[in-house]
Structure formats: C-alpha cells, structure tokens
Design a protein around this ligand. Sequence first.
Ligand SMILES: [Zn+2]
Length: 105
Amino acid sequence: MAKIDVKCRYCNNTEEVIKSGYSISKQQRYQCKRCNRYFQLDYINNASKPGVKEQIVEMSINGSGVRDTVRVLKVGINTVIRVLKKSSIKNNKSFYQYNRSNYCS
Ligand SMILES: [Zn+2]
C-alpha cells in the first residue's frame, strides 16, 4: 500500500498528522497534533481554500466592490462582507484604543 505524506497547512509538519473523519462534503479531514488544527487537502467550498480571504482584502484595497469580488472569487456575498469587517477590526484596533484613551481621560 502506498503511503502519502500529508503536510499540515498551518505549520508544514508531516509527522504528527492523523486522519480525523470526513467533512459534510465527504472530503477526508486531517488533524495536526502539533498545532491542534484541522484541515483538508482540497475543499469544495471556495472560501475555505487557503489564501482566498487574503485575496478578498487585497481586492477591496485595490478598488473592487463587494459584487466584483463575489463574481471573481466565486464566494458568497456574506463571506466577503464578514471577512472585510473582521479585517477592518483587526487593522483599526490600535486606532480605536488611541482615540478612546484620548476621549475618556
Ligand atoms: Zn500543524
């Protein structure tokens, strides 16, 4: 029987990766014992594929609208809005904290 080395998508580890059931779309799921995260080798859902969320943020920075992004990347409109909201919270956190400390003192 041929052995296939599965590489963890997050930490590139090959030794401590075990099979961990199936997804709803019948794809094999794996668990990495080192970083304790789950992943699949290929996804049916486009939004789950590695690098797509970064691409959504990049497209919005370069002037694409939400509907442009939906059409090009073939993800849901709610996914695009959620990713943009989360990224703006992450990027503006220090800005809000700075303003808050100015107003409250
Ligand atoms: Zn890992």
